[in-house]
Each structure stands twice: as C-alpha cells, then as structure tokens.
Ligand binder design. Structure first.
Ligand SMILES: [Zn+2]
Length: 395
C-alpha cells in the first residue's frame, strides 16, 4: 500500500505535475507465512486439503481455494494455516472484513507465529483500521524485539503514521461512504474545462510483454468512467497524438516511469488557465520481478485514467479503483460507486449527496459536456456500500 501521494514540480512554475501509480511493494502484509512446513501432528487428510487449497490459490482459482481452506480449517479447527491463507484469499477478493477476521483467528491460534502478526497488521492497514495496525505493530516490536519482521513492521508503522498525519491535515476524521473528495483534491482542485477529452492511445505493437488481448483495456477503462458517470465525463479516441488531451502508451521499460517500482503512471499538467491542460498515461507491461496479472493491468488502466480525470490523491478504501494499492493476487478490478461519485463531485458543483450516480444520474448528464453516455448498469446501483467494518472498530 503506497499511502503517500507524491507530487513534484515540473519544468516551469506554471506547470504542476502529479505523478501517480499503483505500487506493488506493500503487498507484503498478507500471506507472508506461506513458506512454513506443515506441522507433523496435523492428519494427512487435512494437509492434503490444505495443499489442494494452495494449488488453487497459486493458479488464481480463489473461489475454489476458499472452499478448500475452509474445509481444512473445519477438519482441524485449531490449525492456523488455513486461516492465514483464507486471509490472503479474501485480501485478493477485496473482502477486507473477512481478511482481517481470518488473520485475527490465525494469530489467536498461534501467537508465537511472527508471520501471523505481520499478516494481521497488513490486513488492518488494508481495511484502513490504521490505529489498530499501529497498536498491533508496536505490540509485535515489544514482544519480538529481534523478530524477523521488525523491519517490515516498522516500515508499516511509519506509513500508517504518515497516513494519520495526512488525514489530520485534510480534516478527514471518519470514513465517508459517499466519496473520497478530500483525497481527490489533495493539493487543490485540478479539473478539465471541457469534454469530451481527446484521447490518443499509441500503437503497442513491439512492446515486450504486451498481449493482443490488452488492446481493449484502455478503451474499456475510458468507457467504464464515461458510462459510469452517465456522460458527465466523456472521451473521444483520436488517431494522432497532436492536440490530444490525454496521451496513453504501453511500455516495457520501467525507466519510462517516474518510479520504476510502480505499475503505471499518470503525469498531469496544469495550464495557465488553471485547468488541466494535458495528461500522460503510461502502463507498464512487466516489471523486473514479475509479470502483472490481467486483473492488475485492468486495475492500473482504470486507476491511471482516474488520475487523468483530476483525481489527485488516493481513495481511503482499498475496494475503490483509486486506492493506491494493487497486488498480483487481486481478483477483481472495476470502478465502485464511490469512485464515480467522487469524480462527479469534481465536475458537478452542487449534487445532492449520494444521488449523483447511484441515485439519479440522468439529472446530471450535463449538456455542456457533450452527449450523455448509456445509463448506469444495475451493478453500480446494487454495489453494497459501506460495510459495517468502517463503523465499528474491530475488537
Ligand atoms: Zn495512484
């Protein structure tokens, strides 16, 4: 989880660039303790079930893995491993509450397992129980002063404290189920003054690691933002880069990105008028350490387009596309109601709360911004928000 927003000044005083990307490095919270050996006192049948779960997990069959780990945990309720893995599975499915519940059970079953501590700290962070993560991290450091995860946990605590500080500055005291506008406008509002935005997507032939099936990912990402906002946001694809508003390209070279450790990047430029003038989106097909999964690439495309639309910071809910975290084990990628409400609020001045997108989107298909796109699909209306984990602290 890359909690901090990086902003740097570009070449001249008029221009401000925000460089944003999804980072992989903090995926270290969940599932760190996969390498341990199976305890000898666990019956073979349970071990087999657990191993089946591991095979499913490794081939990204999360629904099957979930069932197998649940079965294994029922066979030997006092065995922590299936719970640790369930926590990883739920993390990939963005079921945060389930992820921290399972991580908590695992730690409860074996408080001497340092990996279980790290998992739970990560699970708390991913579900934005920041104070809880700090408290648990400090408990770990006290209990295992020379523990093998001291460095990681200290790192997590630093990030978590920074995030708390940032929230204080933004005046965010609680989770807002409607939108994450304070984070989106961090550093000041930065928006376009016209729609549709002209988007150029460079030919990706010859880019290493680029599969033909990726060709639709960026157009799909644009469509998802456009359709989801009922046309408040709109795009037209152009065939030459000259005079385009957003230029997009796939790259196999991490050095094309401001931070080579990230999966993608959007650099926005503010014009003399004060509005956005240009956005440059780069999506990385591969990194030094691994090839990203399709779900992750899709998430990166949606995410970077969100920045190109003027969302400067990151969401405080890891289920949103504009969360700063993506990992290889993510299973789903898509915009949430909250992403859509946030971007609408950037462009529509006085929308009645919660009605912008999930309520009466047609009202806001503002003629100024061109032809409204197709109405929202049912999925947007029925997406559950928020879940109760945000209202009550875990105990
Ligand atoms: Zn970002």
């Amino acid at each position: 989880m890359q909690l901090a927003l990086r902003i740097y000044l570009a070449v001249s005083l008029v221009l401000i660039a925000t460089s944003e990307a999804i980072a992989v490095p903090f995926a270290l919270g969940l599932g760190m303790s996969l390498q341990r050996k199976t305890p000898a006192n666990v019956p073979q049948i349970a071990r087999d079930k657990y191993n089946e779960g591991m095979a499913s997990y490794r081939s990204n069959e999360y629904a099957t893995a979930e069932k197998q780990f649940i079965e294994a945990s029922k066979m030997i309720p006092s065995w922590e491993w299936p719970h640790q893995m369930l926590s990883s599975v739920y993390g990939g499915l963005k079921r945060n509450q389930d992820a921290w519940r399972e991580a908590k059970i695992a730690l409860h079953l074996d408080t001497e397992d340092e990996g279980a501590w790290l998992d739970l700290v990560g699970a708390y962070l991913h579900s934005m129980h920041i104070e809880k993560a700090i408290q648990l991290g400090n408990e770990y450091l006290k209990r295992f002063p020379k523990g093998k995860y001291c460095t990681q946990i200290k790192q997590q605590i630093v990030l978590a404290n920074r995030e708390l500080e940032r929230r204080k500055e933004l005046g965010v005291t609680r989770f807002d189920p409607d939108n994450y506008l304070p984070f989106a406008t961090e550093g000041g509002q930065l928006i376009w003054n016209h729609f549709p935005l002209k988007v150029y997507i460079a030919d990706a032939r010859g880019v290493k690691g680029f599969d033909k099936s990726y060709s639709s990912m960026l157009p799909d990402a644009l469509n998802e933002w456009q359709n989801g906002t009922s046309g408040i946001i709109s795009f037209t694809i152009v065939t030459t880069p000259e005079n385009c508003d957003i230029d997009c390209a796939w790259t196999d070279n991490p050095a094309d990105l401001g931070n080579p450790g990230e999966g993608g990047e959007c650099v926005t430029t503010r014009g003399a008028s004060g509005f956005l003038e240009h956005a440059r989106v780069r999506i990385l097909t591969r990194s030094k350490t691994h090839d990203p999964t399709t779900a992750m690439l899709k998430a990166v495309c949606l995410h970077e387009v969100g920045h190109a639309l003027g969302i400067r910071g990151h969401s405080d809910d890891c289920r949103d596309a504009m969360d700063s975290f993506a990992s290889d084990n993510m299973q789903i990628a898509g915009l949430t109601c909250r992403d859509l409400r946030t971007v609408c609020r950037l462009y529509v001045k006085d929308p009645p709360a919660a009605k912008i997108i999930c309520g009466a989107p047609k009202l806001y298909a503002n003629k100024r911004y061109g032809t409204p796109a197709a109405p929202l699909t049912d999925a947007y209306y029925t997406q559950p928000y928020p879940d109760s984990s945000y209202k009550t602290q875990p105990n």
